[in-house]
Design a protein around this ligand. Sequence first.
Ligand SMILES: Nc1nc2c(c(=O)[nH]1)N[C@H]1C(S)=C(S)[C@@H](COP(=O)(O)O)O[C@H]1N2
Ligand SMILES: [Mo]
Length: 452
Amino acid sequence: MNTRYGVGWRLVWYALNVITSEGASVMSTNRLPVVAGNGLLDRRVFLRKGLAFATIVGASSYLQEGVAQEQAARGLEPWMTQPGIGFSPYGQPAKHESHVARVFGFNFKDFENNGAAWTPLEHMQGTLTPNGLHFVRSHQGTPDIDPAKHFLYIHGEVQKPWKFSVADLLKMPMESRQIFLECGGNSNASWADDPVQKTVGTIHGLISTAEWTGVPLAYLLKQLGVKPAAQWVVATGADAGAFDMSIPLAKMMDDCLVALYQNGERLRPENGYPVRLIVPGWKAVLSIKWLSSLELSKEPAMSRNETARYTELLPSGQSRQFSSVMEVKSVITSPSHGMRLSGPGVYEITGLAWSGAGKIKRVEVSADGGKSWAPASLLSANLPMCTNRFRIAWKWDGKPCVLKSRAIDEKGTVQPMRDDLIAKRGKKGFYHYNAVVSWEVDSVGYVSHTYE
Ligand SMILES: Nc1nc2c(c(=O)[nH]1)N[C@H]1C(S)=C(S)[C@@H](COP(=O)(O)O)O[C@H]1N2
Ligand SMILES: [Mo]
């Protein structure tokens, strides 16, 4: 596939026209039900019996002479004639997939290894992020923690201040939840006056989703007895900067986890091994990694991270503070910047939608720059505070156009247009950019970032 940046985009080509010319009883694409402007199609036609089967094939793999003849003619590949390699203690991705990698950006100079690694959203499907590709945002690098020497201290406004070893925590009752983490600074390149020409992962990849397993914080705090004066919990990590943030006690009691496992295995070092906090739906800076202390207090700590950082300067000159919930958002991951459509035909548009306020109610897609919109299909497992994947079929006629997606969450909040977000929040807020993302397709099929 001829793509820019070597993005190996797997083109989905529904070869309906080819099949039709063979006389099979299928619709031609000309008669497919169009649900919005510029060729957005009702995806259900592909799932109907008799249509779903082999219509989804690469144009090049349409077999004129039939499967058996073609297979015989090709002969045997080396791997078909000798035993493969043996077993390994910990599996690795296929060597042909080594281009699927996080992108680093060490853009802060104050501390060594203060930086981020973005998840390559353009290479991914489904909703879960493999642990090796989970985004990383660390202010002082990844500490090399010996779990036998790591403790979680819970103190302050509690009846019984307590010290938990990692072994203690591992014996406690646990919960598992699929939760996205999104850095408050995700997508912030989009505040720039001109659209940055980078891949979807490099602009929007400070979001990842994992199934986190750990001890509900409410369980721990109830055992220790919360004193009536407690209103906040100051969480601190064991990394060199003693990274700390204040979280309202009510949120901590509601749904926060002291996480030990990430997608079924123990946390990755970069993501907080051996213990991290998970604060569902709220900006990921609150999900303190390498968690070593929880201090219950009457007031927030007013730490550097919640005053000088992670606040948003508004046009009024005032700043928002404790802006916690990650607002409703979506982005088309394919086709997206750097990819190329190989020619007119039917494609699948797909992407991710999420909201820190709960579930995703609807995702709408536009193929005509926002003039008309059609609802995309969503995964039936629509979990709150978890990414949901959307998909819709689209017949591209080969003309330049702009693709957009817009999510609506269960609270009815609609993802804002860029102009509306800027009118409300200005351009200097740095954090919480959640506006509709637009990708422009040119007449030869190249996809690039646009604000149109
Ligand atoms: N101890 C500690 N916790 C931390 C950080 C950190 O630097 N140190 N970074 C925070 C920020 S800004 C984000 S966005 C998330 C990132 O989590 P991840 O690296 O597991 O994706 O961790 C948060 N927790
Ligand atoms: Mo962050």
